[in-house]
Write a protein that binds this ligand. Structure first.
Ligand code: SAM
Ligand code: SF4
Ligand code: SF4
Length: 375
């Protein structure tokens, strides 16, 4: 008998045992809720009184990076089974669903993925969504293609953009994206987005202990006074493949302490109820930062976010393992009113609060990957 292969053993512990992308019990919800689900009009509240407000749409499950905390190379390798093109929602389907969601109370839409700028002709989708009207339309990107696309995205009607940037140190950045992508190209993308008027520009830094803590203060310093808002994000246990451990999390309070010791900060009020980032402003008036403490200070109480996966399933929590198949309704010829009722029915029965009940030892159900559900 041969000794166990360490790599194989490690992989077995992090690869999901089942493909949770297939779950879709929408009919049961609809039967239970009945046709009256959306009849009352206006945004519906879930079982905790939270009203639907934001929709994140994953436009592709593919990415040109392999960030170690999101799409580790060992799992998302050459053999990984991405969705087939025919499984993806078309732009027409996304736009139609977006309109129905707006009818249910959604006022903010974020395009995400995977890497949304990899979806061919993404500008055309932006243009279609921008026509919906009074909507806060934004997009989250790793910035690799932003220098090339910022102007056309803005021309298509995109209002703002969030760029992920985990380090200014080139070696650290290359190690975190794990495809040897240079940080200078992302910085060019940020400048191009600002020049195109995609403002206020937000910059997301995921902080992973032992990987990029040393980049916290340099990133804060670099963008202080630029008008861009850096948001420092606690490393989360999304998906089932990143091998997350509580020890890898740098608590938001520690991040604020580190920055404030060099660049003094004071607490600022939230812009609105349910804002994900806790705001801190520089005492010298030169701008603000945010911290997203999804692990150490869960904000499920105010969570008003729905997610639409690349293949058209509705998820009511980032940590869900079950989605509701809206694409099936679309392709099955159901009308907008029926689809609206279905969304309302799903939302009404929602009780998610994963981050509030997570512990270091939380049993890990087969959660879907962030690249598929939309970060
Ligand atoms: N590819 C785009 C990007 O990286 O900006 C959009 C999709 S990505 C899944 C959206 C956001 O989720 C990024 O800012 C990324 O840093 C963040 N993210 C991914 N995995 C994470 C994790 N395990 N914990 C916290 N944030 C994470
Ligand atoms: Fe790709 Fe974004 Fe995930 Fe990084 S965080 S692997 S860029 S989807
Ligand atoms: Fe919302 Fe789920 Fe995150 Fe809580 S854990 S804030 S319910 S997405």
């Amino acid at each position: 008998m041969t000794a166990p292969d360490n790599h194989a053993t490690a992989m077995a512990s992090i690869i999901p045992l089942i493909d949770v992308r297939n779950a879709a019990p929408l009919d049961a919800v609809l039967r239970a809720a009945g046709r009256a689900a959306g009849a009352a009009g206006g945004p519906v509240a879930d079982t905790r009184g939270r009203r639907i407000h934001d929709l994140r749409i994953s436009v592709t499950d593919r990415c040109n990076f392999r960030c170690v905390y999101c799409m580790p190379k060992e799992v998302f390798g050459r053999d990984y089974a991405y969705l087939a093109h025919s499984d993806l929602l078309t732009f027409e389907e996304i736009t139609r669903l977006a309109q129905v969601f707006v009818g249910q109370g959604v006022a903010k839409i974020r395009l995400t993925g995977g890497e949304p700028l990899l979806r061919r002709n993404i500008e055309r989708l932006v243009e279609m969504l921008a026509k919906i009207g009074d909507l806060d339309l934004t997009l989250t990107t790793n910035g690799a293609l932003l220098a090339k696309k910022a102007r056309s995205l803005r021309d298509a009607g995109l209002k703002r953009v969030t760029v992920s940037l985990d380090s200014l140190d080139d070696a650290t950045f290359r190690a975190m994206n794990d495809v040897d992508f240079p940080v200078a190209r992302v910085l060019e993308g940020i400048d191009a987005a600002a020049a195109a008027g995609l403002a206020p520009l937000k910059i997301n830094m995921v902080v992973k202990r032992g990987a990029n803590e040393a980049s916290i203060v340099p990133i804060a310093r670099r963008f202080k006074g630029s008008g861009h808002i850096v948001r420092f994000i606690e490393y989360m246990d999304v998906g089932a493949t990143n091998g997350w451990r509580m020890d890898d999390v740098v608590p938001a309070a520690e991040i604020v302490r580190l920055i404030s010791a060099e660049l003094p900060l004071e607490n600022a009020d939230p812009n609105y109820t349910g804002e994900v980032a806790e705001r801190w402003r520089y005492q010298d008036g030169s701008g603000e930062i945010g911290v997203i403490a999804s692990v150490t200070q869960a904000f499920c109480r105010d969570c008003t976010r729905a997610r639409l996966s690349t293949d058209g399933k509705l998820y009511t929590c980032l940590f869900a393992s079950t989605g509701y198949d809206l694409r099936g309704l679309l392709r099955g010829g159901r009308g907008d009113a029926e689809i609206g009722d279905a969304i309302a029915a799903v939302w009404r029965q929602r009780s998610d609060r994963y981050s509030e009940i997570r512990t270091a030892n939380t049993a890990r159900p087969a959660k879907v990957e962030m690249s598929y559900i939309g970060g």
